[in-house]
Design a protein around this ligand. Structure first.
Ligand code: ZN
Length: 317
């Protein structure tokens, strides 16, 4: 109940201070929307059904339209969109132009209704594992899948403001999944310069803080992370530092020995990646103090800013 306020905090609009450009912006919206529709049709990676412009435009998540609104998405293609005309204002210019970032919002709000599909076993190189999982939730019922999607959209906005090309593995536009195998493949196919999977943990009360998960060096079956383990560590350290600075929260007190870093060889999303990739567990949803942060829109914005900071520093080398 104490989360009523933060839950309804609006997602900040992109470049909302462009008052003088309102008229021009209004004129550009139809063009941007058209560009977005083309992007959605052409750019879709052929995932399962249920996606489509109408579902996207309707704002299916129930959160504020914000970054997922048609004009925000229209900015992706960079031509004739509002963002293309004002991209340099106050955001460090377009220094990530040409860089590709894939953001993986962990789980899917619809996974709860598709147990059969997500429980299907998939091969992650080292072993078989469920296609996907439901994720956790706060004790008050705020699902991890809603959290991951919200932070991912905020992060997309921040990175696009820097000029990066950003792709989400799912954007509330499919009924379940994708499987962890496909989540990795999306980053690989995009030749991402950096990829990140956004999560929040479901550990015991009293366990607090965030940690970044790095891929261990795995070479088994279709998994070979030997080439990405090093750069992924660089990416992860940057994100750990940026996240701590932007949110002011401490690294995990239950994983990683206070370093904020953990190495794993059992995650399909990392094992199957051929591009630098990490996971972040932003906090523990089952701890009431962490939950108060995770359910705050203002805190989620800080989280996105911290992750963005880390990605930017990695990509700038
Ligand atoms: Zn998760």
């Amino acid at each position: 109940m104490s989360y009523v306020g933060p839950e309804f905090e609006p997602v900040p609009q992109r470049r909302s201070r462009r008052g003088p450009f309102t008229v021009a912006l209004a004129a550009l919206v139809p063009a941007a929307l058209a560009g977005w529709l083309v992007y959605e049709v052409v750019g879709d990676s052929g995932g399962s059904g249920g996606s489509g412009p109408s579902a996207q435009a309707a704002g299916v998540s129930g959160h504020s339209a914000g970054p997922s609104s048609p004009d925000a998405k229209g900015g992706r293609d960079g031509t004739g969109s509002p963002s293309a005309s004002a991209g340099t204002a106050g955001s460090g210019g377009r220094s990530l132009k040409g860089k590709v970032v894939v953001i993986d919002p962990g789980h899917n709000p619809g996974n709860f209704k598709h147990a059969t599909e997500i429980n299907r076993q998939v091969n992650i190189g080292t072993n078989s594992k469920e296609c996907d999982t439901t994720g956790t939730a706060t004790n008050a019922g705020y699902p991890e899948a809603d959290f991951t999607l919200d932070v991912s959209r905020r992060l997309r906005t921040l990175l696009e403001e820097r000029g990066a090309t950003v792709k989400l593995t799912q954007d509330g536009d499919r009924p379940w999944g994708p499987c962890v195998t496909e989540r990795a493949q999306i980053g690989n196919k995009a030749h991402a310069d950096a990829a990140i999977s956004i999560h929040a943990d479901g550990s015991a009360a009293g366990n607090r803080g965030f940690h970044v998960i790095l891929p261990g060096a795995v070479h088994s079956g279709s998994a070979d992370t030997r080439a990405i383990a090093g750069p992924s560590r660089d990416l992860g350290v940057g994100i750990k530092d940026g996240f701590a600075r932007a949110t002011g929260t401490a690294p995990s007190n239950y994983i990683g020995g206070g370093t904020g870093l953990d190495v794993r060889k059992d995650l399909g999303g990392l094992n199957l990646s051929t591009v630098p990739k990490v996971f972040i567990e932003c906090g523990n949803m089952r701890d009431s103090k962490d939950a108060a942060l995770l359910t705050s829109g203002a805190w989620r914005q800080k989280a996105a800013e911290g992750i963005s900071e880390g990605i930017v520093s990695f990509l700038r080398g």
